[in-house]
Design a protein around this ligand. Sequence first.
Ligand code: 3HC
Length: 286
Amino acid sequence: MSVPEIRRVGVVGLGAMGAGIAQLAIEAGFETVGREVSDELGSAARDKIAHFLQRKVDKERMTSTERESALGQLSLTTELADLADCDLVIEAIVEDLDAKLELFGALEGIVRPDAILATNTSALSVTEIAAGVSTPERVVGMHFFNPAPLMPLVEIVRAELSSDEAVEAAFGVGERLGKRPIRCHDTPGFVVNRVLIPLLNDCIRVLDEARVSPEDLDTAMTAGAGWPMGPCTLVDLVGIDVHVHASEALYEKLREPRMAPPPRIVAMKNAGLLGRKSGRGFYSYD
Ligand code: 3HC
C-alpha cells in the first residue's frame, strides 16, 4: 500500500486525549482538523489547548508568535466530511466498539483511499476496529498516554492486516510529534496497559487489604517506589470509568483475575465518582 506524505491530520473526538493529540499535532506544525459533535465541545477543546500553550509561553518554552502560529493550524468542525483531505485521521472517541466501527466505516467513504486511519483505543482490539472497513491495511493503533502532551510514549500498534507502510508512517508521525514511539502487535492492553492495569488494580485492592488511606498509598508508591504520581492520583487523572472499562476489556480477553476491576472502583464508577473530570474520585477537586 502506498501512503501519502503526512501534512494534514484529522483528530476525531476532542476529549482529554483527542485535545492533547490535537495540541501535539499543531505544535509539530501539522495542519489539523479537529472534529467534535458540537461547536461547544470543539470550542472547549480549543480553549484548553490555548490555555496549555499560554502556560508554555509564560514559562518561556514557546514564544507568543509560535503559540499563535500553532493555534492557526487548528480548524474545528462538526462534520466528518471536513476530514476529506486528511492524510492521517486519529480517532479518540468513546471506548465503544460499535461507535468506532461506525466511525471508521464512515471515514472510509470520506478520506482518500491512501489515507491512514489510526485509533487511540487503549483496550479494544485494533484488528476488530479495522474489520469495520474494506481496506484494513491502512488501519493502525496510535496509543497515546494521559496527559498526551506530557507523556513521551506512543505505542504504534500493528493489527493483523496493517501494512508495513501504514505502521511506519504512523511511527514517523509519532517521532514528528516529539514522542518516543514503540512498535508492538495488537494484543490485549498492548504493552503498557497489559502491565499497568493489573498493577493499578492491585494497588486498589491493597487499599482495603492493608487498610491504608489513598493518601498514604500514594505516598508509599511515590516515596517508596519512585512513581511520578501515586496510583490513586493516577486513576483519578485517567478517569475511574476509563480504568474500569479498560480492566473489564482486558479481563474479558485474558481471563486473568488481576485484570478484573476491584468492586470498590466499580462502585465508585456507578456512583459517578469518575476522578478529576467529575470533581470527585479518590480525591476531591475544585
Ligand atoms: N495537557 C497539556 N498540558 C498539560 C496538561 C494536559 N492535560 N496537564 C498539565 N499540562 C501542562 C501544564 O501547563 C503544567 O504546567 P502548569 O501547572 O504550570 O500550568 C505542565 O504541563 C506541567 O505539569 P505538572 O507540573 O503537573 O508536571 P509534572 O512534572 O508534575 O508531571 C506528569 C506531570 C507528566 C503527568 C507526571 O506526574 C507523570 O508522569 N505522571 C504519570 C502519568 C501516567 O502514568 N500516565 C499514564 C496513564 S495510563 C494511560 O494513559 C493509558 C490509557 O490507555 C488509560
